[in-house]
Each structure stands twice: as structure tokens, then as C-alpha cells.
Design a protein around this ligand. Structure first.
Ligand code: XMP
Length: 534
């Protein structure tokens, strides 16, 4: 395994992803762990190397240091950006603030004599120097290397852009190999973990299932587990995994708020109760949700109501189930589909350094309120790993690779007041859009437009416009189609769907969904618009 110490960079997660992509297991921990902790962590002999991340701060603003043990264990260490600077400083070199801030694309001259960069280059200069196209983001820089180090990379403004002490296998790079803008970044990180550290590429899903199943059994014993199933990827994969481990000791509660997509509730039941034979309780709470939402038009208020009711309904069901059945100990655990990005983002990796971006709903106080212990079997996995796991567990590909769907569901896709009539119209329009996206193949890539978009859906606009159908005049509602492409959902572009596809979708919706006589396509990017309309 590889240990990544996080000095608070926004891109630390990407280091972990790149390492996992090389099929090497790794964990991110805060940089302020003690030397004692690091020695303990290495005590089982599995630790093959350490990576020190970048930071959002400068060495002069913060006094974060790597625990001394990092440099005493005899394992290879790679310092990235701030990680390299603190390595230099701690081992006897010098770091200085720089008036020249390098930010963004840079070309670095690589010194190919080190094990890390040997034969890795994007292009060569006429003089034959290997050059790397990299992404830099820093103000400070190393001005004097510690004893034992030699120069590994340089730019004009940053003469020591990389350094290496090959006897001790310590490497530092000022640029960020973890971001995709550094073209050879993946190759460098792979080189570091597989060759320099000698880690085995044995992080494979099939094996992970075996380990995870054993771990769940050991943790839970003969106690019972409750899980809130939403139909989303994370809770579905968690349910399938836990069910594989403990079968009927797991009870899933599926709260149907009536704001799901067409046939979604039935599909969830069919999959989990029907095919996996899991114990699933479907709570049809749609009347309650619609009643409480009546007359409410403010988006934030709608979200709050939906969130609160969801917790209320789930808690009521959990209380009922907690009363033990004859012969059982009763439910002692609450399982949640928390995944690694949630853990890191919510600062749950106990890092005081990681800037808290959002507090994730999964890490809320529900287990405490219910008096249950928390079971989170996906805590170590990234989204793509969760998907891979889902497929390996036998969940259908289409379910596992579904576009994300917001917790409040159609509640935020019906503008203004939510009514059953609107939800029914929207569900049918949305299903037609998705069906056409799935069945239309883009010839160059051979992929469907569903797979080529990150999120696509229909939005219900409660305004009426005039149309003509047959000999009659219509006066009906409008639906807007939204399809975006994005890698992180923080920014997004509207998808340039083929006109033919839009034409088919529009004509089908207007002909098949009586009550809608106009379809528009949303051509706003995020920012300034958001992906959802509310
Ligand atoms: P926006 O609309 O903010 O959406 O650009 C970004 C991503 O977040 C999803 N989203 C939500 N997901 N609960 C969720 O679980 C919510 O309340 C929520 N609001 C937005 C949205 O679908 C998109 O993927």
C-alpha cells in the first residue's frame, strides 16, 4: 500500500485516484499525523512508499511538516509541490518565496538520469533534452537542494523543478503529476509506485469483494443491519455488497417520495427484492410528500421539506424495525453508501487541512439519533471503483452507469409548486428523452449519446403556451431538455446533441405526452447557470 499525506491541496484526491488506477491500494491521511502513527501504519510491512501532497498555502504561511518518520522508514518518498518544498526544508535544503508565481502550463526540462523520469518525455529539444508538458501552481520554490540530492527537472523561472536522492529513493517535483494537464503525470506516478516503490498492482475488484465481505462479516457478527436504499449507485452497490456478506441480516428501506423517474421504484424493487432476494421494505410516502409540498414554490424551501420528510419517514421505519424480531438481536447497524470523495470532502478523513467543501448528507447525525453503529463498506472507494464493484457484484451495467440524480428528485425539476399532475407529465417526457439518448449512437465514438453526456433530463415549466394539433388549438405546458457534459459537475457545458435527435425527442414528447405542446433545449453553461434549474 501507498500512504498519501495530505497537506490540504484541492487535488490530493487525484493523487489517490492515479495510484489506484495503477491498481495499487493507497490511503489519504492528514499531514499532521504523528511519527508514531506513521511507524504503526508501516508496522505490518505492507507500506511501500509515501507521497506528500501539495498545499493551498505557502511554506511561509503554514508550518506543516511531514512527520520525521516519513524520512526514516527506508521507503521511497515522493514530494509534490509543497510536499517537495517541505521535504527540501526538512532534509537541510532551502525554500524561498518567489515574486514570480507560476500558474498553469509550463514546459520543464527533464533530467532523464533518474529512475523516476528515465525515458519519460513529451518531446525533445534540438539539443536532445527531454521536455515535459506540466501543470504548475506555486509561488515558493526550492533554491537549494538538501545534501545528497541531484537536479531532476528545471525551468527558466524555477531552476529546481525536480530533485532526487536516489540512494534514499526520495524524489520531489514542483509540478503536479496528478492532474491530467501534466501529460506524462500518470506515467510518472505509475513509475513511482510500481517501479521505485515496487508495489504490486494487485488492487483488483474481484479480490476486493472477498476482503470486503470478510470485513463486513467480522464487523457485524450476527447483528442486523439497516440500509436506506435510494436507487442511486452508491446505496445500491452498498446494499448488494452487504447482502453478499450477510444475506438476510440486512434490511433495506426504500423511501419512495413519489418524485422518482418513470418506473424507477418498481425497478429498484425488482432488482433487489426480485433478483437479489434481499429483504427490502418499500415505503410509499408520495402522498405525504405531495401534501407537505402543496403551495410551496421556493426552491430552497422545497429542498428542506423533502430532506426533512425523508429523514422522518426513514427514522419512523427504522424505529419500527429496531424492535427485535423473535430470535434476533434487533438492528444494531445503519449502513450508508458513503464513498471516499465524501469522506475527504467532509473532512471525515480527520484532516484539519482539507478545506471543507460541503458537508455530505451521508455523514450526518442519523446513526447517533437512531442509536445505531455506522457501517460504511464503500468508504475507501472512488466512484469509478464503486461502479466496477457494482458490476462485479452482478448489478446491471445500465443501473451502475446511470447519470446522477439529485436527492430531491423531480422536486427540483418541476419549477415552482410540485403537483402530481406535473410529476406524471414530466416523468413521461423525461423517459422519452433518456430512451432516445440511449438508442442514438454517435458514429465516431460508437457510444450512445447517453454515455456521451454526464447528465441529461427534462424540466417541467409550469407555463402554458399556444399550439395547434390537428384542427384544434392547444394551450399546454412546456418542457425544457437539459443535457450537459462535465468531468466534475462544478463546471459544465451544454451538450451539442445532433439536431436529428432533438427533433425526434421533441416530436415524440409532443405527440405522446398529452398536456405538453412545446419542447425547448437549454443552451446555458455552468457557470453562470447551474445544471439543475432549481
Ligand atoms: P447544480 O444544479 O448545482 O448541480 O449545478 C450539480 C450536481 O449536483 C446534483 N444536485 C444534487 N444532488 N441533492 C443531490 O443529491 C441535491 O439536493 C442536489 N442538487 C443538485 C445535480 O443533479 C448535479 O449532478
Amino acid at each position: 500500500k501507498i500512504l498519501i499525506l495530505d497537506f490540504g491541496s484541492q487535488v490530493t484526491q487525484l493523487i489517490a485516484r492515479r495510484v489506484r488506477e495503477a491498481h495499487v491500494y493507497c490511503e489519504v491521511h492528514p499531514c499532521d499525523v504523528s511519527s508514531e502513527w506513521v511507524r504503526q501504519y508501516a508496522a505490518d510491512g505492507r507500506l511501500k512508499g509515501i507521497i506528500l501532497s501539495g498545499s493551498h498555502a505557502s511554506v511561509y504561511e503554514v508550518d506543516d511538516r511531514a512527520p520525521d518518520a516519513v524520512f526514516e522508514l527506508g521507503v521511497p518518498v515522493l514530494g509534490i509541490c509543497y510536499g517537495m518544498q517541505t521535504m527540501a526544508q526538512q532534509l537541510g535544503g532551502k525554500v524561498e518565496g518567489s515574486p514570480h508565481r507560476e500558474f498553469g502550463y509550463a514546459e520543464v526540462r527533464a533530467r532523464g538520469h533518474t529512475a523516476l523520469l528515465k525515458d519519460i518525455a513529451d518531446f525533445h529539444t534540438p539539443e536532445g533534452h527531454g521536455m515535459l508538458k506540466v501543470w504548475m501552481s506555486h509561488g515558493d520554490k526550492v533554491t537549494e537542494m538538501p545534501p545528497g540530492f541531484k537536479l531532476m527537472a528545471s525551468t527558466d523561472s524555477c531552476p529546481i523543478a525536480g530533485m532526487a536522492d536516489e540512494a534514499r529513493r526520495f524524489y520531489g517535483v514542483q509540478f503536479h503529476p496528478e492532474v491530467t494537464h501534466t501529460v506524462q503525470g500518470r506515467a510518472m506516478l505509475e513509475r513511482f509506485v510500481l517501479e521505485v516503490c515496487g508495489a504490486k498492482p494487485d488492487w483488483i475488484m474481484r479480490d476486493h469483494i472477498k476482503e470486503a465481505v470478510a470485513a463486513i462479516r467480522a464487523q457485524v457478527g450476527d447483528e442486523e443491519v439497516l440500509l436506506g436504499l435510494s436507487g442511486g449507485v452508491d446505496s445500491s452497490v452498498a446494499a448488494a455488497l452487504i447482502h453478499r456478506a450477510i444475506g438476510d441480516q440486512l434490511t433495506c428501506v426504500f423511501v419512495d417520495h413519489g418524485l422518482l423517474r418513470l418506473h424507477e421504484g418498481d425497478m429498484v424493487m425488482d432488482m433487489f427484492a426480485g433478483k437479489l432476494h434481499a429483504r427490502v421494505i418499500r415505503v410509499d410516502a408520495s402522498d405525504l410528500f405531495l401534501r407537505e409540498l402543496a403551495g410551496v414554490t421556493d426552491p430552497e424551501q422545497k429542498r428542506k421539506i423533502i430532506g426533512r420528510l425523508f429523514v422522518d419517514v426513514f427514522k419512523a421505519e427504522a424505529e419500527k424495525l429496531k424492535a427485535a424480531r423473535p430470535g434476533s438481536k434487533g438492528i444494531q447497524w445503519l449502513a450508508q453508501g458513503t464513498i471516499y470523495p465524501d469522506v475527504i470532502e467532509s473532512g471525515g478523513a480527520k484532516s484539519k487541512k482539507a478545506v471543507t467543501i460541503k458537508s455530505h448528507h451521508n455523514v450526518g447525525g442519523l446513526p447517533e439519533q437512531l442509536g445505531l453503529k455506522l457501517l460504511e463498506p464503500l468508504r475507501d472507494l472512488f466512484k469509478d471503483e464503486v461502479r466496477e464493484l457494482g458490476v462485479a457484484l452482478g448489478l446491471p451495467h445500465d443501473m451502475v452507469y446511470r447519470h446522477p440524480f439529485p436527492g430531491p428528485g423531480l422536486g427540483v425539476r418541476i419549477l415552482g409548486e410540485v403537483k402530481k399532475e406535473y410529476a406524471d407529465l414530466l416523468r413521461r417526457a423525461d423517459a422519452i428523452f433518456i430512451e432516445e439518448l440511449r438508442s442514438t449512437i454517435e458514429p465516431n465514438s460508437g457510444k450512445s449519446w447517453y454515455d456521451l453526456t454526464s447528465q441529461a433530463f427534462a424540466v417541467f415549466l409550469p407555463v402554458k403556451s399556444v399550439g395547434v394539433m390537428g384542427d384544434g388549438r392547444t394551450y399546454d405546458y412546456v418542457v425544457a431538455l437539459r443535457a450537459v457534459q462535465t468531468s466534475d459537475f462544478m463546471t459544465a457545458d451544454w451538450a451539442e446533441l445532433p439536431y436529428g435527435l432533438l427533433k425526434r425527442v421533441s416530436s415524440r414528447i409532443i405527440n405522446e405526452v398529452r398536456g405538453i405542446n412545446r419542447v425547448t433545449y437549454d443552451v446555458s453553461s455552468k457557470p453562470p447557470a447551474t445544471i439543475e434549474w432549481e
